[in-house]
Design a protein around this ligand. Structure first.
Ligand code: ZN
Length: 118
């Protein structure tokens, strides 16, 4: 995808970036974020309840889960793997390097392989 770079951008976006950057972007709006998002629902966990306020429908109950995607912060050399998940006080994030994500994936795979044998 061909994109016109705003004045503040030092190098083109990676192929996986899906953000339409604008010249007036600042802070985290300058981050590159992947189009690809993987989602996992956690069926053993209680649903999350968020009070969005009366104007946005009040208390909303949602299934627990996590969303995984890539983010490269503005000025960072490498992207990170970000895992966003609902907590009692809002959205929490695991921010992992590629090697940390691979290590976690291997540990989860090993644990799941053992659990599936039961
Ligand atoms: Zn980008």
């Amino acid at each position: 995808m061909s994109k016109t770079m705003p004045y503040w951008q030092q190098k083109p976006c990676p192929e996986w970036c899906d953000v339409r950057h604008r010249k007036f972007d600042g802070g985290s709006d300058r981050d590159c974020i992947s189009l690809w998002h993987g989602n996992v629902t956690f069926t053993l966990m209680d649903p999350r309840s968020n009070n969005l306020g009366r104007e946005y429908g009040g208390i909303v109950h949602d299934k627990a889960g996590a969303e995984v995607y890539l983010r490269r912060s503005y000025g960072a050399a490498e992207p990170r793997v970000e895992v966003a998940h609902e907590t009692e006080s809002g959205i929490g994030y695991f921010r992992l390097t590629a090697s940390e994500a691979l290590k976690l994936a291997k540990i989860l795979t090993a644990a799941a392989d053992v659990a599936k044998q039961e």
